[in-house]
Design a protein around this ligand. Structure first.
Ligand code: AMP
Length: 282
């Protein structure tokens, strides 16, 4: 595995691989790898001649007062894990290489970023789409891999790809979970043991909601209220949002008449966790 930290160097390397006729799969990440990241790398490995992983804690997708400084980082461990997962190129640039002095161009996806995490983290998706557009331009992958755990992000990236005519496929893979259902996240390591135990309520509440829909409940308000009540039963949990939305437009829904996105964000102490499920009535 080759480690590259210069944008112009990864651009040249990928250009030369493309000329040799190689297909390139890109897995964009912020590092601190867990099985969720590795599942994307393995799939990229199976699908492509060359796998590129980017490791970059992107400062512009963190708001003021968010956890940019304390975000978990482990570049050495990440490089070892990438190598074991069969990655060919790891791109781990310093901040000033991605945002040099004078940088002032941003990519903004409008409607899809208004609700859910976009509402509680203003500017977050502008940071995500800007860095993703830069990565797509530098690496020009044939396919890029994202996790369903960040459902809104995956829809925003699909929109960006279509709207800016990036010539690549976006592949979205299922959420990898711990034994009790908690979605794997780099942030989970920051939970205290009691918070970690309490956090299993997220998966349990998504499951309970799905059961209620399967046995006939169609009112979004009833489902959202039930999820909120279950989470509020955990004294360590502080709800940011619980929402039922159209899975493509992400607009809030009153009734569950087809596949519906149930998405939530909940804080445990300083740590904000997200999860979601597509619920389909029986
Ligand atoms: P991050 O490093 O958290 O920005 O995540 C990098 C990529 O891994 C994103 O596409 C995430 O959606 C994906 N990802 C994060 N957690 C999981 C998980 N538990 N299962 C599957 N994919 C995940």
């Amino acid at each position: 595995m080759q480690v590259i930290d210069e944008p112009s160097a990864i651009q040249r390397r990928c250009e030369s691989l493309r000329r040799e006729g190689k297909t390139i799969g890109l897995v964009p990440t912020m590092g601190a790898f867990h099985e969720g990241h590795l599942s994307l790398m393995r799939r990229a490995r199976a699908d492509n001649d060359i796998v590129v992983v980017s490791i970059f804690v992107n400062p512009i997708q963190f708001g003021l007062g968010e956890d940019f400084d304390s975000y978990p980082r482990d570049v050495h461990g990440d490089l070892a894990q990438s190598e074991r997962a069969g990655v060919d190129l790891a791109f781990a640039p310093p901040i000033e290489a991605i945002y040099p002095k004078g940088f002032q161009t941003y990519v903004d996806v409008t409607e899809l970023t208004e609700g859910l995490c976009g509402a509680s983290r203003p500017g977050h998706f502008r940071g995500v789409t800007t860095v993703v557009a830069k990565l797509f331009n530098l690496i020009r992958p044939n396919q890029a891999y994202f996790g369903q755990k960040d459902y809104q992000q995956s829809m925003v990236v699909r929109r960006l790809t279509a709207d800016l005519n990036f010539d690549l496929d976006i592949v979205v893979l299922p959420t990898v979970r711990e034994a009790d259902g908690l979605a794997m996240s780099s942030r989970n390591v920051r939970l205290t043991p009691p918070q970690r135990r309490a956090a299993s309520v997220l998966y349990a509440s998504l499951s309970r909601a799905e059961e209620r829909v399967k046995i006939g409940e169609r009112s979004a308000k009833t489902i959202v209220d039930a999820v909120r009540a279950m989470i509020e039963g955990e004294p360590l949990a502080r709800i940011d949002y619980v929402a039922l939305c159209h899975p493509e437009t992400l607009q809030p829904l009153d009734r569950i008449d087809g596949p519906t996105l149930l998405a939530l964000a909940v804080r445990f102490g300083e740590t904000r966790l997200i999860d979601n499920r597509i619920i389909t009535p029986a």
